[in-house]
Design a protein around this ligand. Structure first.
Ligand code: BMP
Length: 214
């Protein structure tokens, strides 16, 4: 994923017209737009293709399945214009390897430790192992929690020069500056941008915070 601003917009707005307006207005401040099930279910998968006209698109489908089903989902997302797909790593080496193969030129990012409190219960216990496995499988990078910057630092030690994108900034209590300082390449920000009165200004504020660290 290109790194110009360091910001990925999590566009979980379910009103399609509003989502497109927000994407347009914030596009100058984002390296990519992440689409997840809420917007796909309300607007249809065509939204992936429409957003891809505005920005690089990451399909955050958190794919967690057997290799054949992983292949079908990843191929479908890439065919609609996704530049990247997010998958779960806990499914194991065969599913992750198949995701990378099916993605072709698109990137695969693997979830390690999740950002919400429940993420500490199971995913955190295996995050390092999942990063080692993801490297073997050829993923482009990992998703790691901005809510626990110390964990980003631990994951960075193992990830080497692979990418790290971090959700949990703003609404979940994490800060962009802390995540980037701990070793994230990108922060993923949703509600505090798309739910703001002025999404472009909110996106710019995150970019300015990141820029001030460089
Ligand atoms: P918000 O900034 O509104 O909390 O949104 C965060 C986004 O990142 C959501 O789309 C969520 O599904 C996603 N995400 C997360 O919050 N934590 C994770 O560990 C992995 C995620 O993909």
């Amino acid at each position: 994923m290109k790194r110009e601003t360091g910001l990925i917009l999590a566009l979980d707005e379910t009103d399609a017209a509003k989502a497109l307006r927000i994407a347009d207005s914030a596009s100058a401040y984002v390296d990519a737009i992440k689409i997840n099930w809420p917007l796909v279910l309300s607007a249809g998968p065509e939204m992936i293709t429409r957003l891809a006209e505005i920005s690089d698109v990451i399909c955050d489908f958190k794919v967690a399945d057997i290799p054949n089903t992983v292949r079908l989902i990843v191929e479908g997302a890439a065919a609609r214009g996704a530049s990247a797909v997010i998958v779960h790593a806990f499914t194991g080496e065969d599913s992750l390897t198949e995701a990378v193969r099916a993605a072709g030129k698109a990137d695969i990012y693997a979830v390690t430790e999740m950002s919400h409190p429940g993420g500490a219960a199971f995913t955190a216990l295996h995050a390092e192992e999942m990063v080692r496995m993801g490297k073997r499988c050829g993923v482009s990078g990992f998703v790691a929690p901005a809510t626990r910057p110390g964990r980003i630092a631990e994951i960075r030690k193992i990830a080497g020069d692979l990418e790290i994108m971090s959700p949990g900034v703003g609404a979940q209590g994490g800060s962009a500056g802390a995540a980037i300082s701990a070793g994230a390449d990108h922060v993923i920000v949703g509600r505090s941008i798309y739910g703001s009165e002025d999404p472009a200004a909110a996106a710019k504020a995150v970019c300015d915070e990141i820029k001030s660290l460089l």
